[in-house]
Design a protein around this ligand. Structure first.
Ligand code: CP
Length: 293
């Protein structure tokens, strides 16, 4: 694997290999690249989890992290993203982790890169390392994916998490259901397994909630946050109807009392902070796969 930009580029075997490595890192295994390696994290959209957990993963692997400030770089003087990445390549950076607001920002130049690129989120496109940490969390919980029902609920059309997860989960044997406002569901992007919210929470083994991505909406919301919570949120009442061994996931950041009731964020069923912990091990596994090439 030279780059990781989309879950669609990974085979089932490659996914399982990364999950095995993530498990090994979670169990305390240590690995470092043979030669000194350098990474830079370029985040052109806000991030708390992905940016810091990449940096943590890089440091744990002994990779030197070269700081990059998007607010004071030469892109602001008109340099292209391609020239920026080629500059990092020229000065000796091995891996660039990039989050960008434009979907498939890498497509026109990825074949010209020697530096290794990890996509940390592209517009409404893909978020492969979030998907891998979600898969790792599910595997850790259930031991595998066969026959599991995963309900992905919320702002589906703007969600790179939903798009990255849907093919991978299906390839691994899980059944993926979708719910939320029907106007945010596009059956061309995802499969057509759409079901009502009350039904979804009752039959799912994994209830995966998504944040409303206001920053990607062209018009203001068509309902209040209270209405959204009541119609499509995981309320205290809906949580009581979830299956006994089911779990709650959310890529975060969470809007408490919108997609999920405040008191459920850290409830017994919630794996939301576990996902964040697993993000470090999963990103260590991704970096290992990339740097071993
Ligand atoms: N889940 C996720 O991508 O979070 P951040 O936007 O904080 O990185």
């Amino acid at each position: 694997m030279k780059h990781l930009v989309s879950m669609n580029d990974l085979s089932r075997e490659q996914i399982l290999d990364i999950l095995d490595n993530a498990e090994a890192f979670a169990s305390g295994e240590e690995w470092q690249p043979k030669n000194k390696m350098f990474a830079t994290n370029l985040f052109f959209e806000p991030s708390t989890r992905t940016k810091t957990s990449f940096e943590m993963a890089e440091r744990k692997l002994g990779i030197e992290v070269i700081p990059f400030e998007t607010g004071s770089c030469s892109l602001l003087k008109g340099e292209t993203l391609y020239d920026t990445i080629k500059t990092l390549e020229a000065i000796g950076v091995n891996t660039a982790v990039i989050r960008h607001g434009e979907e498939a920002y890498y497509q026109s130049f990825i074949d010209q890169l020697n530096i290794q690129l990890i996509n940390a989120g592209d517009g409404c496109g893909q978020h492969p390392t979030q998907s891998l940490l979600d898969l790792f969390t599910i595997k850790q919980e259930f031991g595998g994916f066969n026959g599991l029902k995963v309900a992905i609920i919320g702002d589906l059309s703007h969600s790179r998490v939903a798009k990255s997860n849907h093919k991978a989960l299906s390839a691994l044997g899980a059944e993926v259901l979708y719910s939320g406002p029907p106007q945010w569901f596009d059956s061309n992007q995802l499969n057509s397994n759409f079901c009502e919210m009350d039904n979804a929470v009752e039959i799912a083994d994994v209830v995966m909630l998504l944040r409303i991505q206001h920053e990607r909406h062209e018009s203001t919301s068509f309902m209040t946050t209270e209405e959204y919570h009541s119609k499509y949120g995981l309320t205290i009442e809906r949580e009581k109807r979830m299956k006994k061994d089911s779990i709650i996931m959310h890529p975060a950041p969470v809007n408490r009392n919108v997609e999920i009731a405040d008191c459920l964020v850290e409830s017994e069923k919630s794996r939301i902070f576990k996902q964040m912990e697993n993000g470090v091990f999963t990103r260590m596994a991704v970096l290992k796969s990339i740097l071993e090439q």
